[in-house]
Ligand binder design. Structure first.
Ligand code: DC
Length: 223
């Protein structure tokens, strides 16, 4: 039986950076489900379809082939054979991803793919609905969160480091808008699974968060 670790939480809580490093250390495959939603968002933008247009986006799905390929230290995202790993990180693609992820047809399109990835290998899967919908029987479930202000500050620093500085107020407004969109949608909204361990990183730095996460996972998975 393979081991699956579900890590859910709002955007900017540090899920992907922490999960990627932990997966490498544990020898697990890291699955970034957000990158899959981002790829569909990117495809909609490139096709000139409004990501909020349910019928328009649904009609695109048969043209989309996604492959999330494990690579050392992370995941390579292929959209119709094209490497979009870096491109999907852009801000406007994140917003498009948030819009398409509210559509039930899009969620259904990705569900089997995500379950299959966890069926045959040890995975650390990061998303919003992994513990509640995708892998309800996951070996360990974590709900990783932090106050919106802390997440906005981290995001602002990241953008600054990338040479794309933005005012704090704008970044915080984006964080709050994304939280609202991800938690208020009808289809698989962001919420903590009843049996998930909550880890709040508001007052923890990266190394502290990493140590706590590793400790919880190892204890719960009996590793
Ligand atoms: O984690 P991220 O920022 O890359 O996710 C991008 C968007 O995709 C986010 O706004 C919510 C959505 N998402 C989702 O609905 N379900 C998931 N399992 C992962 C991401």
């Amino acid at each position: 039986m393979s081991i699956s670790v579900a890590i859910d939480g709002p955007s900017g809580a540090g899920k992907s950076t922490l999960a990627r490093r932990l997966a490498a250390e544990m020898g697990f495959v890291y699955v970034d489900t957000g990158a899959m939603y981002r790829s569909i968002g990117l495809f909609a933008l490139e096709s000139g379809i409004d990501p909020h247009d349910a019928a328009g986006v649904e009609a695109l799905l048969p043209q989309i082939h996604l492959e999330a390929r494990p690579v050392p230290g992370g995941q390579q995202m292929l959209l119709n054979g094209r490497d979009v790993t870096d491109q999907v990180r852009r801000e406007e693609v994140g917003m498009a991803a948030s819009a398409v992820s509210a559509l039930p047809a899009v969620r259904a399109f990705l569900l089997d793919k995500q379950r299959q990835m966890a069926a045959s290998q040890n995975v650390l899967m990061d998303g919003r609905d992994i513990g509640t919908v995708v892998l309800p029987g996951a070996t360990v479930k974590i709900f990783l969160t932090a106050a919106p202000q802390a997440r906005a500050l981290r995001r602002q620093k990241e953008l600054e480091a990338k040479g794309q500085p933005r005012p704090y107020g704008e970044v915080l407004a984006d964080v709050l808008q994304r939280d609202e969109q991800d938690s208020s949608r009808a289809a698989a909204p962001l919420r903590q699974a009843e049996d998930a361990v909550r880890l709040d990183t508001t007052y923890l730095d990266f190394e502290e968060s990493f140590a706590r996460l590793r400790e919880i996972i190892c204890r719960r998975a009996g590793l």
